[in-house]
Design a protein around this ligand. Sequence first.
Ligand code: SF4
Length: 313
Amino acid sequence: MPPQVCPYVFGPVPSRRLGRSFGIDLAPYKTCSYDCVYCQLGRTTVKTVERKEWVPLEEVLSQVKQRLSELSEPPDYITLSGSGEPTLFSRIDELIDGVKSITSTPTAILTNGSLLWDQEVRKQVKKADLIVPSLDAGSEELFHCVNRPHPSLSFSQMVEGLIKLREEYEKPYWLEVFLLAGHSAIESEIEQIKKWIKAIRPDRVQLNTVVRPPAEEYAYTVPKNRLKKIADSFDPPAELIADYQKKFVQFHSADMESHILSILHRRPCTLSDLSESVNLHPNAVVKYLDHLLADNQILVKVSAGKSYYTKPS
Ligand code: SF4
């Protein structure tokens, strides 16, 4: 019997910061409060700040339970992220409670941080074991240029939310700073970002840059040596998000093509990423990819000197 399709969960996939991450998608594809120029999923199709039950809670939990039972080893994190902004899901607190009733694996939320000014959102997300919000600019001007937020959002409001969350949340809080060459990775902007980080007081600061094909071609990669210098100039030094290195385990799925498609639906991957995700030798993965390419279900894009498999937009 073919495996049941589980559109709201994916993975485990190798995550550059969370090890083997089992993902839960709480908003439809590219439903987000931002439209970041660097987004690896392409341009936002539904830019919104409306919070609602975008996906059916009970169905999501049932898929989490089913997929986890198929794994031979638990993942490192259950991650609320995926192909849209997870805090737009109005029942995220109930979702976390439900996940905790199924597994003891820690839960993480990767959020753009845009809605944390809202007390109700903060109250809900505090149930997670780890929160990783983003801060990609140090000024209102760059915020609009890089994140292209919903018109109702302002930089000062967003930063205020990041600061308030830290005051109220004692569990691990990591801040991701995504830098773009020629835009935010310039001295004046970095100094502003550092000033805000002092006010936010995250446990860790992680620097990231474009490594997968971005929404806009002008979202340029910060070269590694430059990013390292920027990281070292932080006090304490920031971390560069390292490439995934951990060993992987068997993922049981008879329908490998649809599994590969479900991973590529969320993010572009290299052959090596996919090989680790589906636990198949690259030579075997290539056969599936060749078929999907011939069928025009996927395409190849080159970014920062690497080839990425991705779904056509
Ligand atoms: S990078 Fe994240 S926050 Fe930005 S548009 Fe994409 S999904 Fe939204």
